[in-house]
Ligand binder design. Structure first.
Ligand SMILES: Cc1cc2nc3c(=O)[nH]c(=O)nc-3n(C[C@H](O)[C@H](O)[C@H](O)COP(=O)(O)OP(=O)(O)OC[C@H]3O[C@@H](n4cnc5c(N)ncnc54)[C@H](O)[C@@H]3O)c2cc1C
Length: 619
């Protein structure tokens, strides 16, 4: 029998990151996927990043994950979203060449030491006396393993629906994984049904782009990876068009044929990735909805019609698409569809993503109830690190909400759970200004280095960058500018003149001014990399806010660090409300901080717990 330390079930965004991390940390790892031709597949929008998702990708890169680098190597258009707003919501989003991303990710997996990737369907996770001991494939092949990571995405008992048509299937016509769910249930994993949907893929030559608005990428491209250097170029434009009253009329006339409205879908859908029928039903008064025509790659004519995912019958899809400006003669290459699948209730997981009641079994990605490539990759990385560290006797990795969106994502899942596919948004974090996409390395690269996923060379570059930023901030704080030097410039930017000498940093803090605009009065300015200048500016401009948020974090760490013993019996705590007692017993939070975020646990309950834990310490 083949023996490995870790088996990863899934070659999607979660599985790939988990397998690479576990192998790089020194564990003999095997990754299974139903089709090697779908490794790193983008079954939905051919893009990576977007609001809050861009933050996740940069955090994955800062920790030593792969998605950012693979995206930089295969993007065809790049944009920094929300540039007009504060840095907390700046988010990178790239159109990706779907085929090239698959090839790139598969290549990285194939070249990874300690890792084997195999095309096989895992039908059972095997145990011996209740201990994980192996996995079995559909051919009956058995592998002996010590730990298993389930990252099966939308394949577990996958079923696609297009109007009245339905078929057991994974995405893009792949086989579903019908046996694994039963095996996981028999181990005690609680599963439920979620649903998501994707729009049609249409032929570029059947579109009239002259009737649409052309959308270009950014001139100056910021890469996802802190390691990506050199000039980056956009290769394609996207196009913007809109639905209209006629489109909405066709949808409303056929709404009962949409699986979500005919009651044929069992799974719960994503509120923040609504289908077009959801949008038309929910926003009746809205005369039109935005649609983006997104190329799926350089070597294909396939266009992804972003914003019009649906489960309506194919002939209705064609009718409704042909009412849209520029799509009057549209040809559908792949119809839109809805897909429902099994996923687990993440309340069953520790923040390490290990199942509380099934040691050495981990969950990651869509299987944990999230939606999105970025959310999946982030969890895969954390599950891979923790599965390896547990076997290697190294400390577990639990990221705090104040460390990053990855910490926020996992904490939300394992503490609050989710009743629909969970999508990351900046509003989910209470520390938005600290968790910017531009400083992901400052927050996470030291952790990645400590774990062993960030090399010493890369860490040295990071430290050098931090030194340059600190030096530049100190320099800007030390330079005094006189009124005669500054006032002509201040007048140009319509901000109040100065009467006495001020520090350059004081001027940078003015909303009308910034590092670039003050260059003419900053004669001794050193030649610095753009990202260093950007960081120096942000640290000066938002100094007050950043300090306040850091104080909040320190305040919270006191609760966060107050551990609750694993087998703590809440039923014995006098003064706890019944609802809190039940929720706490179910979720078994690891710290007072986690307990305080469980819905239904009040601040009064937390005070009772604090007293009780203090008494226990005093005994
Ligand atoms: C139709 C559709 C629409 C979507 N719409 C959106 C959207 O609007 N917004 C959004 O953010 N995200 C959307 N997504 C979700 C996005 O695709 C996923 O979030 C992401 O791909 C999840 O990554 P993952 O690694 O968890 O799973 P996946 O990418 O699904 O990969 C799962 C992997 O597991 C393998 N696998 C499964 N079972 C087994 C088994 N038993 N044995 C061996 N291998 C197995 C598969 O072969 C595959 O390699 C959509 C997905 C689909 C399919």
């Amino acid at each position: 029998m083949e023996c490995f330390d870790i088996a990863v079930i899934g070659g999607g965004h979660a599985g790939a990151e988990a397998a690479l991390a576990a192998a790089r940390l020194g564990c003999r790892t095997v990754m299974f996927t139903i089709s090697l031709d779908a490794v790193g597949n983008l079954p939905c929008n051919p893009s990576i990043g977007g609001t809050a998702k861009g933050h996740l990708v940069r955090e994955i890169d800062a920790l030593g994950g792969e998605m950012g680098k693979a995206a930089d190597a295969t993007f065809i258009q790049s944009k920094m979203l929300n540039r007009g707003k504060g840095p907390a919501v700046h988010s990178l989003r790239c159109q990706i060449d779907r085929k090239r991303y698959h090839i790139e990710m598969k290549k990285r997996l194939e070249n990874q030491k300690n890792l084997q990737i195999k095309q096989a369907e895992i039908v059972s996770v095997d145990t011996d006396n209740g201990h994980i001991c192996g996995v079995t494939t559909q051919t009956g092949m058995k592998y002996s393993v010590k730990s298993v990571i389930v990252a099966g995405g939308t394949y577990l008992r996958g079923k696609i629906l297009i109007g009245e048509y339905e078929k057991e299937s994974g995405p893009d016509g792949m086989f579903p994984a019908n046996a694994l769910s039963e095996s996981l249930r028999s181990l005690g994993v609680r599963l439920r049904r979620f649903k998501t949907g994707t729009p049609a893929r249409i032929h570029a030559d059947s579109l009239d782009f002259s009737k649409m608005e052309r959308e270009e990428g950014d001139e100056k491209i910021v890469p996802f990876s802190f390691e990506t250097k050199g000039e980056l170029k956009n290769l394609v434009p996207c196009y913007l068009t809109y639905t209209n009253e006629e489109t909405h009329r066709i949808i409303m006339e056929n709404i009962n044929r949409a699986p979500m409205y005919s009651g044929r879908v069992e799974g719960v859908g994503a509120r923040y990735c609504p289908s077009i029928e959801d949008k038309v039903m929910r926003f009746r008064g809205k005369p039109r909805h935005q649609l983006f025509m997104e190329p799926m790659g350089i070597d294909t004519k396939e266009i992804y019609a972003q914003g019009i995912s649906t489960g309506l019958p194919e002939e209705i899809q064609l009718q409704m698409l042909r009412t849209i400006k520029g799509l009057e003669n549209v040809e559908i290459m792949r119809p839109a569809y809805a897909i429902e699948y099994d996923c687990c209730d993440p309340i069953q997981l520790y923040p390490t993503l290990e199942f509380k009641d099934i040691p050495f079994l981990y969950g990651a990605g869509q299987f944990n109830g999230t939606s999105g490539y970025e959310e999946a990759a982030a969890q895969g990385l954390v599950a891979g690190i923790n599965a390896a560290n547990k076997l290697l006797g190294r400390p577990r990795l639990v990221l705090r909400r104040s460390d990053g969106y990855i910490g926020t994502l996992i904490e939300d899942l394992v503490t609050k759970g989710t009743n629909e596919p969970y999508r990351m948004m900046t509003s989910r974090s209470e520390y938005r200004l600290l968790l910017r996409q531009d400083n992901a390395d400052e927050r996470l690269t030291p952790i990645g280095h400590e774990i062993g996923l960030i090399s010493d060379e890369r860490y040295a570059c990071f430290l050098e960058k931090e030194r340059m930023i600190d030096d530049e901030v100190k320099r800007l704080e030390s330079i005094i500018i006189t009124p005669s030097q500054a006032n002509p410039l201040l007048e140009k930017y319509e901000t109040a003149p100065i009467k006495t000498g001020v520090r350059l940093s004081e001027l940078i803090r003015r909303p009308q001014l910034d590092y670039e605009k003050l260059a003419p009065v900053d004669s001794g300015r050193p030649q610095l990399p753009e990202e260093v200048a950007e960081q120096a500016e942000i640290r000066i401009k938002y100094d007050g806010y950043i300090k306040r948020q850091k104080a909040q974090v320190e305040q919270f760490k006191k609760l966060e660090d107050k551990r609750i013993p694993e087998n703590f019996d809440y039923n014995k705590v006098y003064g706890l409300r019944i609802e809190a007692r039940q929720k706490l017993s179910d979720i078994r939070p690891e710290s007072l901080g986690q307990a305080s975020r469980i819905s239904g646990v009040s601040p009064a309950d937390i005070s009772v717990l604090i007293v009780c834990l203090k008494e226990m310490d005093g005994k």
